[in-house]
Write a protein that binds this ligand. Structure first.
Ligand code: BG6
Length: 489
């Protein structure tokens, strides 16, 4: 409103995430007229920089979807005028007090609301939260803090982190981001389920044979090896992004669309899941490869990665939900870097039609004849349903065709970046897409024992060439549960 202001401080402003995602998302929100009337953005980092230098940095890295639009330059100039820089240490009360003074000047006596986005390494999280909350909290409006993963690296460290954060903040001030929840098709999952009659009644063990959550990248850890080696693909992708999607997919109908109602259901389903054992997971690591005269580096060729690293860059896992709805249905996950394709998909394979009249037409491979619903999260967002159809003609031949909702063909509107939605929600105090601490605990308890076992037993990953479809063990794991992976990788 006229009388209030929002200050957004990006702590770690010169980092990769700030440049690639946070500033561009804020600019897109500004461009769309979604930011409040009175707002300012502060970059906070250790290096010395002037406001003008920050603006140059931001303008150079604003490679967002907006930059091809009309009036972009003009809007960009206006936006940059609202961006400022403050140099300080992440653990200095004094430097945050200086920031507080600057913020007050900008707030000019209006009600002050402050959002801090912590885009810094985990070992300095708590110090920064302490300094921000003690020395730079809003005097009269709200103070909120967005934190990025990693939220610890196992149950214990995550609980310790939560405990430390709660010394300085209430749970409702902490916005734990999982950017997959801000993706358009992930948000749409609940719409698809709960507002279409034809899906929700089928959403159970009675009709669904298995569900697959697949994440694949066609590039390695390039430049991020130092971070990645301490976490690995299970913590980087599965325990958070894929598990969050699974929870939304499998939860019971929430009482309402309110954040607490949705998160209650997500926690419930996560807590109904079986803790993973070593039998439920396989791991891989990519090695260098030369194809067509081009040499692709292996994971351990990254000089920030120890040569003897066993850290998985690929994993496949089978998860089970022990509740009446999902008893016995395998939920398979697969995630990998340096594979042959980039993409993220949810695949739902339905059961066979009992006593199918057309059985003979399919020969022996009835598995090829079951329906499959595919939700392609990225790229080329789409939802399609594989159905059996008669090939036109005098004979009786069936094939499998797609009922296909391709977003690019159906909607002319561009799809916002996940960070746009999430930043806007944080500014508006909408918590639906952020992770509550009990969800986080439940997510860690599923994976912590197996991660420990993998590390203690020094389980060797199966090696796969850069750019391949990943190690063959992923197929054996699926086959044990009578599952065939969908064809993305
Ligand atoms: C991040 C992971 O959370 O998600 C990265 O740390 C990964 O390793 C990235 O590359 C993928 O996000 P997106 O939105 O590009 O699919």
């Amino acid at each position: 409103t006229e009388n209030s202001t929002v200050s957004i401080t990006i702590v770690g402003a010169s980092g990769d995430l700030a440049k690639k995602k946070i500033f561009p998302a804020l600019f897109a929100l500004y461009y769309e007229g979604c930011l409040p009337e009175h707002f300012s953005i502060f970059g906070y980092a250790r290096s010395k920089m002037t406001d003008a230098e920050l603006r140059v940095m931001v303008s150079r890295t604003l490679t967002c979807r907006i930059d091809k639009r009309e009036n972009c330059d003009e809007k960009m100039e206006q936006f940059l005028q609202r961006c400022f820089y403050h140099s300080g240490q992440y653990d200095s009360q004094e430097h945050f007090r200086d920031l507080d003074r600057k913020l007050k000047e900008h707030e000019a006596g209006r009600v002050s609301n402050r959002l801090f986005y912590l885009s810094i390494p985990p070992n300095i999280f708590v110090d920064a939260v302490k300094c921000a909350s003690v020395s730079a909290s809003a005097a009269n409006g709200w103070t909120r803090v967005i934190v990025e993963k990693p939220f610890g690296r196992d149950s214990e460290s995550s609980a310790a982190l939560t405990k430390s954060l709660k010394q300085y903040l209430d749970e409702d001030q902490i916005f734990r981001i999982d950017h997959y929840l801000g993706k358009e098709l992930v948000e749409n999952l609940s719409v698809l389920r709960f507002s279409n009659l034809i899906f929700e009644p089928l959403w159970s063990r009675q009709y669904i044979r298995n569900v697959q959550f697949i994440f694949s990248e066609n590039f390695g850890t390039e430049g991020r090896g130092g971070y990645f080696d301490n976490y690995g693909i299970v913590r980087d992708i599965m325990q958070n992004h894929l598990l969050q999607i699974l929870a939304l997919f499998a939860m019971e109908t929430p009482v309402s669309l309110d954040a607490e109602d949705i998160r209650n259901e997500k926690v419930k389903v996560l807590r109904s899941m079986r803790t993973l054992t070593l039998d439920d997971i396989v791991i891989g690591q990519y090695k260098g490869d030369t194809r067509g005269g081009v040499t692709y580096p292996g994971y351990i060729d990254d000089n920030t990665v120890p040569k003897d690293s066993l850290t998985p860059t690929f994993a496949a896992a089978a998860l089970f939900i022990d509740n009446p709805r999902w008893d016995g249905v395998p939920f398979l996950m697969k995630a990998g870097k340096a594979l042959h394709k980039r993409g993220a998909e949810i695949r739902v394979q339905f059961r066979h039609v009992p006593g199918n009249l057309y059985k003979k037409t399919f020969g022996t491979d009835l598995d090829q004849a079951t329906n499959e619903l595919v939700i392609r999260v990225q790229p080329d967002e789409a939802i399609y349903l594989k159905i059996n159809n008669k090939v036109p003609g005098l004979g009786m031949r069936l094939d499998r065709s797609n009922l296909n909702l391709l977003y690019a063909a159906r909607y002319s509107k561009e799809i916002p970046d996940a960070y746009e939605r999430l930043l806007l929600d944080a500014i508006e105090g909408e918590r639906r897409l952020f992770i509550r601490s009990d969800e986080l605990d439940a997510a860690w308890s599923l994976f912590t024992p197996v991660l420990k076992e993998i590390e203690e037993k020094k389980v060797t990953p199966e090696y796969y060439p850069y750019g391949s479809r990943g190690p063959v063990i992923a197929h054996y794991l699926a086959a044990r549960h009578k599952v065939r992976w969908g064809d993305i990788i």
